[in-house]
Design a binder for this molecule. Structure first.
Ligand SMILES: *Cc1c(COP(=O)(O)O)cnc(C)c1O
Length: 384
């Protein structure tokens, strides 16, 4: 059986965890946490990086920092993971769902523009599969209307837009180290604070509403409760694990690209034969080989291909049911009919993710591609 995902483990995670244990400091904000945060600040030009227990948590911090509350509107893509929306709902804001581009799952700036009202406060672009949204257009909309941009960069490590690292462009950004992402910590995340006006408060919210970080830097002689907050920081055990991963980032990326390119080379013929579409890198986007997906003609074809692959020992998966059609969104839409977001719905029905993980072999990819080609060609010929 070829699983959909298998976490990559370098050889040093346990060594660094042992080192954290031996040091006697295993709660948060220690040596390994600082190493990880500095890595993001130095390598990706992020203003201030704060490690969190998940990307969901980082988004929650960003939502608090953005100051949104009841009556404020936040524009999110409908085609995304629940966490993108959850953080803002918890602050009492109203979600407004934007559509994806016709030819890419990323949010469509034209859809955003139409949804801006005097109550809009925040836009949350999601870099789907680590492929950059049109950030020039999105930052321009934000500038014209005085909005805050929070990048959901959960999938976007090591990826860029016109040469600028993703996560460094918006006022804030959130990364994920969930075991399904390129770089992992089991569960883990990071808040990137790029706009300096949010930096000081971010540290306080991160440390349970106290000015403890200032105290540790010797800037004040005692610390206390000064703001809202929560326990957003992970333990040093998580940070130690993550540090081993970050040290291996070049190896991780090199392998993922090899596999991603092999899928593309093998499956490009599907596009020429009009059987399926492959991922398209948006203009200016580098990509990061996070996801290899196919866009199939319709839901029925996807369902049958998924089953065919499963019957042959290959786990391929789909994801993201349009958020605007979810039970929660419908229950909380006050009177307004659910918006029409045809592109989001189409990705919900037709996108299929193929297995992509470090230990996957080229031979296995060739077999998977052979299965897909065989199925789609026979299906079209009516031979199935
Ligand atoms: C994985 C993911 C998240 C959530 O990350 P966690 O670290 O599991 O909280 C949020 N948004 C997107 C787009 C994701 O892919």
């Amino acid at each position: 059986m070829t699983p959909f995902n298998k976490p990559f483990i370098s050889s040093r995670e346990l060594e660094y965890i042992s080192r954290a244990v031996a040091s006697g400091h295993i709660s948060g904000n220690g040596v390994f946490t600082k190493k990880c945060q500095e890595f993001f600040e130095d390598k990706y030009g992020i203003g201030k990086a704060l490690l969190t227990t998940s990307c969901t948590d980082a988004l929650e911090m960003a939502a608090i920092l953005s100051g949104v509350g009841p009556g404020d509107e936040v524009i999110v893509p409908s085609y995304t993971f629940v966490s993108t929306a959850l953080a803002f709902i918890r602050q009492g804001a109203t979600l407004v769902y934007a559509d994806s581009l016709p030819d890419h799952p990323d949010i469509d700036p034209a859809s955003i523009e139409k949804l801006v009202t005097p109550r809009t406060k925040v836009i949350v672009p999601v870099h789907y599969a680590g492929m950059a949204c049109d950030m020039d257009a999105i930052m321009d909309i934000a500038r014209r209307h005085g909005l805050i941009v929070i990048e959901d960069a959960a999938q976007a490590i090591e990826s860029s837009y016109k040469g600028r690292p993703l996560g460094s462009i918006g006022h804030m950004a959130a990364f994920s180290f969930h075991e399904t992402k390129n770089v992992i910590a089991g569960e883990g995340g990071l808040l990137a604070v790029n706009a300096p006006e949010f930096a000081e408060r971010a540290e306080i919210i991160w440390e349970k509403g106290t000015d403890r970080s200032k105290f540790f830097r010797g800037e004040i002689d005692k610390y206390g409760w000064v703001d809202t907050g929560s326990s957003f920081l992970p333990s040093e055990l998580t940070a130690a694990f993550l540090w081993a991963q970050l040290e291996s980032i070049d190896l991780i990326q090199e392998r993922r690209w090899t596999l991603w390119n092999r899928y593309r080379d093998n499956l490009e013929v599907l596009q020429r034969e009009g059987l399926a579409l492959l991922p398209r890198l948006p203009e200016g986007a580098s990509g990061n080989a996070h996801i290899f997906y196919l866009l199939l003609p319709d839901l029925d074809t996807r369902t049958r291909l998924t089953q065919w692959l499963k019957d042959h020992g290959v786990m391929a998966v789909f994801h993201y049911l349009s958020l605007h059609k979810s039970k929660y969104a419908l229950d909380h839409t006050s009177g307004n009919a659910s918006p029409l977001l045809p592109n989001s719905d189409r990705y919900t029905d037709t996108l299929l993710r193929l297995p992509l993980f470090h230990e996957l072999t080229e031979t296995e990819i060739d077999r998977i591609c052979g299965l897909i080609l065989g199925f789609l060609r026979c299906d079209k010929a009516g031979a199935l």
